[in-house]
Ligand binder design. Structure first.
Ligand code: ZN
Length: 146
């Protein structure tokens, strides 16, 4: 972000997690692609994540940009919460995919182990989780994690 853009941005710092990246910004999942060419096309509904890992990345990015509707609609109905509150103080900084099992375009289920790095004020932390995904009518959904 340029200083000019920052100066003209009326959003207070505490609202930054709800700021959606510009299409040409790098994707929050740090794939190296632009937001529009990576998770942004799934968030917008232009396409569905083709693999469990792609869904995992797009859900991480949804946490990073504050896209609750995307998180809810990619959550399996059997485990989906009625509503979701995101902690606006958390800044998601980096995603590491540790291991994936199945979850390909022809699989019915998949498992992705990841580490998500965040900053909470001055503190840093890592959320490590093994997430399970299922494919329903060709669409990958998050089932649960531990
Ligand atoms: Zn991405």
């Amino acid at each position: 972000m340029t200083s000019a853009a920052r100066a003209s941005d009326p959003a207070p710092a505490s609202n930054r997690t709800s700021a959606v990246p510009a299409p040409g910004d790098r994707c929050p999942c740090l794939s190296g692609e632009t937001y529009a060419g990576c998770c942004g096309r799934y968030h917008s509904g232009a396409g569905n994540a083709p693999t469990a890992e792609a869904l995992m990345r797009s859900r991480y990015s949804a946490f990073a940009v504050g896209d609750q509707p995307y998180l809810l609609r990619t959550w399996h109905p059997s485990t989906r919460p009625d509503r979701l509150e995101l902690d606006g103080d958390l800044q998601w900084r980096r995603l590491d995919i540790v291991e994936t099992s199945a979850g390909g375009p022809l699989d019915g289920q998949g498992v992705v182990r990841f580490r998500a790095h965040y900053r909470d004020g001055a503190a840093r932390g890592i959320q490590e989780e093994t997430s399970r995904f299922v494919r329903v009518d060709g669409v990958w959904l998050y089932l649960d994690g531990e």
